[in-house]
Design a protein around this ligand. Structure first.
Ligand code: MD6
Ligand code: FE
Length: 200
């Protein structure tokens, strides 16, 4: 599939070797011991199909009260630190940006998906968003600044890093589906997406 022609959307496929991906998964296991995955509900009360956690100063939360950043996990515990390997990756890809304050951890089983949305709960929208995909491949759809219109799709593979800046930073995007058993990285299958953001 051809790379997206959307401006300000970059995909880097060479950042994490399989060995680095395994190390990153190991670091995430430590994070998830401190901040276990939970199933968020939308403000209308519909359970989301992904399970979620976070690392960093803030985690992104969705529940009956709304969407927001919170300094603590629903358990009341602080979020774990963002793994150093992710901060190194951020520094090398977006050296001009401030350091990320949130690493959202999304876990997809083979039926999970993510509806079209904008990332717009952050105070400084000039800062980039960087995401890392691990495990099974996912069909990523990129749209426009407003809902609807023409979209473009691309399969994100394990180790792929997406950088969204400028006009892409506020564009609608989502995950249509997972391709089960397309990666051997995670022993029980599934996909992890990490989204790094500056919040304040
Ligand atoms: C996902 N990604 O890949 C969902 N957001 O599972 C996102 O929502 C996303 O990949 C902002 C920037 C990059 C992303
Ligand atoms: Fe997003």
């Amino acid at each position: 599939m051809a790379p997206l022609s959307v401006r300000d959307f970059e995909i880097h496929s060479e950042n994490f070797s399989p060995k680095h991906q395994r190390r990153l998964v190991e670091a995430l296991r430590h994070c998830l011991k401190q901040a276990p995955l939970f199933q968020p509900v939308t403000p209308r009360g519909t359970p989301m199909s992904v399970r979620m956690s976070a690392a960093g100063t803030y985690g992104w939360i969705s529940d009956r009260t709304g969407y927001r950043y919170e300094p603590v996990h629903p358990s009341g515990q602080a979020w774990p630190a963002i793994p150093e390997v992710l901060l190194d990756m951020w520094r090398s890809l977006v050296p001009q940006a401030r350091l990320p304050e949130c690493c959202l951890i999304n876990w997809y089983d083979e039926t999970a998906k993510m509806g079209m949305h904008q990332d717009r709960d952050e105070a400084d929208m000039t800062q980039p968003v960087v995401s890392v995909s691990l495990g099974d491949e996912a069909l990523f759809r990129m749209g426009n600044q407003t809902r609807g219109g023409k979209t473009e799709s691309i399969w994100l593979r394990s180790g792929d890093v997406v950088v969204m800046t400028g006009s892409a930073r506020t564009a609608y995007h989502g995950i249509d589906r997972i391709r089960p058993n397309s990666s051997a990285l995670l022993p029980n299958g599934g996909r992890i997406n990490l989204t790094l953001r500056v919040v304040t």
